[in-house]
Design a protein around this ligand. Structure first.
Ligand SMILES: Cc1cc2nc3c(=O)[nH]c(=O)nc-3n(C[C@H](O)[C@H](O)[C@H](O)COP(=O)(O)OP(=O)(O)OC[C@H]3O[C@@H](n4cnc5c(N)ncnc54)[C@H](O)[C@@H]3O)c2cc1C
Length: 271
């Protein structure tokens, strides 16, 4: 089995501040960490390798310092790491990020052999969209198994996987063909702490860099040029405490009052 785990370096959000003038995140001097959901992805990727053999590859796209999260993944037990880094990728939105990561996974397949499972976290705690995992799945033509809370069974010979998906009300059991892409939630496992021995061993494991020229993408497909969306404004909404209002009477009358109230509140709000 060959498993690729996608991990993102994120600012420790408890410390992040927003620049009031530019509306951008102030990352200077802020400690970076492995996106918490991706720690569960790494752990699951390693467990799959331990149960079925093969290798677990960690992958991140980011600036050169994103290498730090790959070191953590290697110390936890991943066998190899890929850093996708190039100025051409700066400013990528989720569409361009998913496309770039998919191209990198194709490159990994060319170099190392077919990938059976791609694992992502449920979402990143900074961008928070949860779009990148399914975006990669679509571009690699893989079934996307989202919100996975348990891997029940993997059959590498018959090429299928059975997982539990965490739904709002209960769980859904899904059987899918392999290869597949999983996005995982925190219920799936308890990530291990790397031992001192594993941390030392990690420094000898391969760390491969992929740049724009390696991926066969066009300039207008990635970075700012390949990103059709942009951040217009970031702000913390004013938390006003509003007292609730209970409408009493016949349902039709209450609906009429509620509609009038809503129209009054939303007057002048452009959507
Ligand atoms: C409209 C818009 C404009 C943006 N503009 C910029 C910008 O100008 N500059 C900028 O730096 N960022 C920008 N971003 C943020 C950047 O696009 C996202 O951080 C990135 O695409 C990942 O999306 P996300 O954080 O929502 O991750 P999610 O989709 O929530 O992440 C889900 C999972 O995907 C995987 N994943 C996500 N990102 C990576 C990664 N980089 N490497 C490996 N795995 C990953 C992880 O497994 C993660 O758990 C923008 C985002 C949006 C929505």
């Amino acid at each position: 089995m060959r498993v690729v785990v996608c991990i993102k370096q994120v600012p420790d959000t408890t410390e992040v501040k927003i620049n009031p003038e530019t509306n951008t995140l102030m990352r200077e001097g802020v400690q970076s960490i492995v996106n918490p959901f991706d720690e569960f992805a790494i752990e699951e990727g390693i467990r799959i390798k331990e149960a079925h053999g093969g290798e677990t590859i960690a992958l991140t796209m980011g600036p050169p310092q994103a290498e730090e999260v790959l070191k953590t993944a290697l110390a936890m037990g991943c066998d190899k790491a890929y850093l996708i880094s190039d100025r051409a990728f700066a400013g990528s939105d989720t569409l361009a990020t998913a496309l770039t990561i998919s191209a990198a996974i194709k490159k990994i397949e060319e170099k190392d052999g077919p990938v059976d499972i791609v694992i992502c976290g449920k979402q990143a705690i900074d961008g928070d969209t949860g779009q990148v995992g399914p975006g990669i799945a679509v571009r690699l033509n893989l079934p996307p198994l989202t919100y996975v809370s348990k891997v029940r069974e993997i059959n590498p010979e018959q090429k299928y996987i059975i997982v539990e998906r965490l739904m709002e009300r209960g769980k859904e059991v899904v059987k899918s063909t392999l290869p597949a892409l999983l996005t995982v939630v925190k219920d799936i496992n308890t990530p291990r702490y790397p031992s001192l021995f594993e941390i030392k061993k990690a420094s000898k494991k391969p760390m491969i860099k992929l740049t724009f020229n390696d991926l066969g993408l066009r300039e207008d497909q990635t970075g700012l040029k390949g990103s059709p969306t942009w951040v217009n404004k970031i702000f913390s909404p004013d938390l006003k405490s509003v007292s609730g209002e209970i409408f009493q009477g016949e349902p039709e009358e209450c609906v009429k009052k509620l509609t009038e109230k809503l129209l009054e509140i939303t007057k002048g709000v452009s959507l």
